[in-house]
Design a protein around this ligand. Structure first.
Ligand code: MG
Ligand code: MG
Length: 255
C-alpha cells in the first residue's frame, strides 16, 4: 500500500530527515584514520539520542538476514556496497566509506546515505563518488508529478551506464513514511513512462549504488548482511529521502 502524505506529515518527515542529516554530518566529522567503525556508530547514536529519535536500523531483520542489525548506521568500506555492520575495524588512509543512517521521530522516518574518502584519495575514488551523486541528483530531478517510478530508475540507470559503473541487481530505493521500507519499490533501472505514477505527497528513498568495476554482480559476506562487489572493485552509495510536491522534488534529508 502506498500512503500519500499530508502537508503536516511532510513537515514531520522533514524533521526526521534533519536528524538523519545531522547524524551523517557527525559521523563524517568523526571519521578519520585510526577511528573504528563502532566509534562512528556511537557518533550517530549520540545525535539520535539527543534529538529523541529512534533508529529504524537497530534490530531490523529483513527476510534475507539471519541476525537482527546491531547498529544505527551501516558502514560499508571499499569493496562493500551497502549493509556493512560497524565493527572494530579502524579506518585506514584512502578508505572509501559509505554510511547509511535512518531516524524515527514522532512516528515518521528518514533514510539517507553518503560516501566519502578518509585521508588521501586513491585514483578514481572521487570520480566514483561524484558519478553516484550525479545519478542521485538525476533521480531526484525525475521525482516530479506526472512522471512515473520508471523515470527515476531510467535516470539513475543512464547515469550508471555513462559512468561505466555497475549496480547490484535486486537492490534499490523504496517508499518511506511511517516505516523505513514501504511501497513502491524504486528500482535503479527503469523504463521511462512506466510504473507507479508520481504525485504530490508521495515520499521515496532514492539510492544509487555504483560499483567501479562495471559489473552488476555482488557477493554477500558470511555475516549475512554486507554486500561486496564480486570483482573487488570499490563501491559508493548515496541516498536521500525525497517528497514529490507540486513545486517539485523536496529533499527531506538535507541539514
Ligand atoms: Mg538508507
Ligand atoms: Mg533506503
Amino acid at each position: 500500500m502506498v500512503e500519500i502524505k499530508s502537508a503536516e506529515a511532510l513537515e514531520a518527515m522533514r524533521e526526521a530527515g534533519r536528524v538523519v542529516a545531522n547524524a551523517l554530518a557527525a559521523v563524517r566529522e568523526a571519521a578519520d584514520v585510526g577511528v573504528s567503525l563502532t566509534e562512528l556508530d556511537e557518533a550517530a547514536r549520540a545525535v539520535l539520542s539527543k534529538a529523541g529519535a529512534g533508529s529504524p536500523f537497530l534490530g531490523y531483520r529483513p527476510a534475507f538476514a539471519f541476525t537482527p542489525f546491531p547498529a544505527v548506521i551501516c558502514t560499508s568500506v571499499n569493496d562493500a556496497i551497502v549493509h556493512g555492520i560497524p565493527t572494530g575495524y579502524r579506518l585506514r588512509d584512502g578508505d572509501l566509506v559509505s554510511i547509511d543512517c535512518g531516524a524515527e521521530l514522532d512516528g515518521w522516518t528518514g533514510d539517507a546515505a553518503d560516501s566519502f574518502i578518509v585521508g588521501t584519495p586513491r585514483p578514481g575514488d572521487q570520480a566514483l563518488i561524484d558519478a553516484t551523486r550525479a545519478a542521485l541528483d538525476a533521480g531526484i530531478a525525475a521525482a516530479t508529478p506526472g512522471n512515473r517510478i520508471g523515470d527515476i530508475g531510467h535516470a539513475i540507470g543512464a547515469a550508471a551506464r555513462e559512468a561505466g559503473c555497475g549496480m547490484p541487481r535486486d537492490f534499490g530505493g523504496h517508499g518511506i513514511g511511517r516505516r523505513m521500507h514501504e511501497d513502491p519499490h524504486v528500482s535503479n533501472r527503469g523504463r521511462p513512462g512506466r510504473g507507479f505514477p508520481l504525485r504530490p505527497g508521495l515520499t521515496l528513498a532514492i539510492e544509487p549504488m555504483f560499483m567501479a568495476g562495471g559489473r552488476d554482480d555482488y557477493r554477500t559476506a558470511p555475516d549475512g548482511w554486507s554486500l561486496h562487489t564480486a570483482d573487488g572493485s570499490r563501491a559508493a552509495h548515496i541516498e536521500h529521502t525525497v517528497a514529490v510536491t507540486a513545486e517539485g522534488p523536496w529533499v527531506l534529508t538535507l541539514p
